[in-house]
Design a protein around this ligand. Sequence first.
Ligand code: F6P
Length: 515
Amino acid sequence: MKQNRCDQTPAWKALADHYLDKGRSFDARDALSGDAGRFTALSQQAPHVFADLSKNLIDGATEQLLQDLASQTGVLAHRDAMFAGAKINSTEDRAVMHFLLREPKGVPGGTLRAERAAVHETLDRMLAYAEAERADDAITDVVNIGIGGSDLGPQMVTIALDAFATPKKRFHFVSNVDGHELAGVLRHLKPQSTLFLIASKTFTTIETMTNAQSARQWFESQGGTDVARHFAALTTNVEAASKFGISTTFGFWDWVGGRYSLWSAIGLPIAIAIGADGFRELLAGAHAMDEHFRTAPPEQNLPLRLGLLDVWYRNFHGFTSRSVAPYHSALRRFPAYLQQLEMESNGKRVDLDGKALAFGTSPVVWGEPGTNGQHAYFQMLHQGTDVVPLEFIAVRDAAHDLQGHHAKLLANALAQAQALLQGKADAGGHRHFPGNRPSTFFVLDRLDAASLGALIALYEHRVFVSGAVWGINSFDQWGVELGKVLAKDIEPRLASGDASNLDASTAGLLARLRA
Ligand code: F6P
């Protein structure tokens, strides 16, 4: 579908004027003290996730102009095209249907009848396998070998839901081609009590194939005999998995992007950890957010509001990064997961026609769990020269009963958001906090499978929204290809020393690493 370039719409011009007129001098402190209804107007309860946007540099007029931008760039039509199964991943000629993976059984099949049936057939089979493995006390260690979307999603969720995981198994995630990682895990394992999950959409990724080969060699050299029992593949490339010698395979489809794949067979380690019912709750939470995104009116549509806020900050305020601070240590891998989700999706410099853009796209996304970040880089957030919008994720109920901790944790989250907003005057300068530093505050009642599913889907859709406004393809990742090709060329040179046709820097470093 052809859409208007965002920077050529009347709404873009109106937003640019609004920024000069009010936006750049907007003071969220004054807005909050001057408008008793601001918290109510700028906060909302979406499925499983409460969001307070009222400390941001926006008001009703800003949001209205951003909604105009969304309609002038066809964001909701693009959303509907995704949910209808259109091939919106145009550079790869693929549909984008991770939402199908989270639909409950019984949704009328329509034109996606075959896909819906295949999703549930695979899900039922995978969850039955997960339950059997879960109940098998002979398996004490599950090793997921995969990288990118075949690592970050399942790893992040397995860690986040540790409170619900079987205590009878340990879960390991090996992604790096650096042999130190695999060797460090294998050192503690025995073949007869280990299950390897080889997770790769393509089953060609060098890191994963190298680690999988080494894992199998280790397995056999340590006396392991039953590869079929101890190795399973999670992939769209069932043929390559069987060539590798793996007979237990759970498939998925080309319309599931790697960074959107934790809901598919790639989620098997999650299902073994938290069980079939837990995995279905994760899917149900995400589905609730899908329905919210698909049907909520624009002004109460949280992914839409957040994606538009991201555009406001990136393109009008010129903020180049956004930080996320989950105030729950089990969400410690969430920032890393979000980096792939947002930066691999929206780190693009051309529009759908391949024409260069004249405006910025993906911000740098980064963060660490609170309160740790407070004692590291929050100094810069409070007093640095750059404004970095910050996102707090707080969880009301703790999953432990240690006295005193949770109140301190939540108090810190609230206090940091308050300090960023309020600032503090000090004539000396060094102790001066400028304040008016924007933040968004999310609250989950508890961190469980359903709320985590909803939170992840919220971020997925928000990334969709900013990508749709920018008119880019959020679902390809050509930018990772060049380095892969060059590494193939360089690898034999490390053995041979051949530096022909290399730039002087690369040649010098090659020699140094060979010395
Ligand atoms: O190189 C980037 C990437 O293509 C990611 O998009 C993907 O999640 C990752 O590699 C792993 O790919 P695969 O699952 O095919 O091994």
